[in-house]
Design a protein around this ligand. Structure first.
Ligand SMILES: NC(=O)c1ccc[n+]([C@@H]2O[C@H](COP(=O)([O-])OP(=O)(O)OC[C@H]3O[C@@H](n4cnc5c(N)ncnc54)[C@H](OP(=O)(O)O)[C@@H]3O)[C@@H](O)[C@H]2O)c1
Length: 240
């Protein structure tokens, strides 16, 4: 796909990976609808990136609001070409101490949010004469379970299953589906999760370069899954 003049929807655009994805896409000539809940952060990003970044204050876990925004925005005159389902939260803890509200918040945002926006945008993509691309941002935690992140694991394994099914379902509609599994990346994610970081995290702009590469592949070429890792997260030969 040639990204220039395409229309993209990026969720979780107010910080971290979503901000980096939006920036790369705008620099490639796309118009980006950036969704998140923090109006002030989205506004600052528009101040930086210009009018090609359109702030959209939306909670992806609110089905009715998402449905209304999609029907108000897209139609005969405007088709979404790219959907980056990136909004996500991590709330960690032993299963017997993980509050039910935290479990539900992760499922509502990381899983239901992906479904709500996808099901609303796919009909528009199916009608498009050109190729479209949906990229779901899972995590290495969508492939490997680990202690104290059971709820996050469950949500990201769900994104994997959803993505695999969609890839097979939508390929004959000229819609590519990719599931991306990043490892630890330097964003606000770990601070919000109250989890430890390490000095060798990946950089968001490098993850965004990979996303652009996946989008720019030829029409009959699909990278449907990709795992990204820091080379040296915690060197056992170095004192901590
Ligand atoms: N950082 C990592 O190491 C890492 C590794 C693997 C996968 N991931 C995944 O990458 C994605 C992006 O995370 P990040 O690292 O960039 O973290 P981040 O900086 O905390 O960004 C998360 C984004 O999601 C948005 N968001 C959260 N809940 C939302 C909701 N209900 N509706 C709309 N937007 C919502 C946040 O904006 P508002 O708060 O303004 O709504 C923010 O823009 C997540 O899905 C995360 O699971 C991250």
């Amino acid at each position: 796909m040639n990204i220039e003049n395409r229309t993209a929807v990026v969720t979780g655009a107010s910080s971290g990976l979503g901000y980096e994805f939006s920036k790369k896409l705008v620099n490639k000539g796309a118009t980006v609808y950036g969704l998140a809940r923090s109006e002030d952060k989205l506004q600052k990003i528009q101040d930086e990136l210009g009018d090609a970044f359109i702030p959209v204050v939306q909670d992806v876990s609110n089905h009715d609001d998402i449905e209304k925004w999609v029907s108000d925005t897209f139609g005969e005159n405007l088709t979404p070409d790219i959907l980056i389902n990136n909004a996500g939260i991590g709330l960690f803890g032993p299963v017997d101490e993980l509050p039910r509200e935290d479990w539900e918040a992760m499922i509502n945002t990381n899983v239901n949010g992906v479904f709500y926006l996808t099901r609303q945008l796919v009909p528009h993509m199916k009608k498009s004469s050109s190729h479209s691309h949906i990229i779901n941002i899972a995590s290495v935690a969508g492939l490997l379970g680990n202690p104290n992140i059971s709820g996050y694991n469950a949500s990201k394994f769900a994104v994997r299953g959803f993505s695999e099914a969609l890839f097979k379902e939508l390929r004959y509609d000229k819609i590519k589906v990719t599931c991306m599994y990043p490892g630890s990346t330097a964003t606000d994610f770990f601070e919000k999760a109250g989890a430890d970081t390490h000095p060798n995290m990946m950089r968001g702009h490098d993850v965004a370069d990979t996303l652009v590469h996946i989008l720019e592949t030829p029409d009959n070429f699909l990278i449907n899954e990709i795992m990204l890792r820091p080379l040296n997260p915690k060197n056992p030969n170095e004192e901590s």
